[in-house]
Design a protein around this ligand. Sequence first.
Ligand SMILES: [Zn+2]
Ligand SMILES: [Zn+2]
Length: 139
Amino acid sequence: MGHAYSYRCDHCGFTESFNQGHGFLVHSQPVGDYLKQRTRIFHYKTHNLLRKMAQASDNLHLKAGFQIYKCPHCKTLYDKIEVTVFDDEAVVHKSEFRCRDCKTRLKLTNIHRLKRAICPRCRQRTFHRDYAQHELWDS
Ligand SMILES: [Zn+2]
Ligand SMILES: [Zn+2]
């Protein structure tokens, strides 16, 4: 189960919602099980990497879920499917994302503490949580 957080810009009215959490297809599982599925959920680069890693070890499992990221430079928000791969207990891979504008590495952000961000459309610091629009989603 996850949450959809809506943001709205006071300046230009732009709205966007960001997902955080786990869904039906995006959850914790052995890498072998993921690779047996017909649907490819993750980015193709992640998918190919998982396939390669699975050849080297059969002890891998992964955790995946939507996380909300922020560009430390532009202060704009993104939601991405973060994939972490474990070999036994050790983390052997973790997704990394870059800002589409400035290519800076995105940082995980705590949506509960984040009150305001920069609007991706008008670039004003008037992009904030719209509490009336909070939704829960399943699967
Ligand atoms: Zn705006
Ligand atoms: Zn940026």
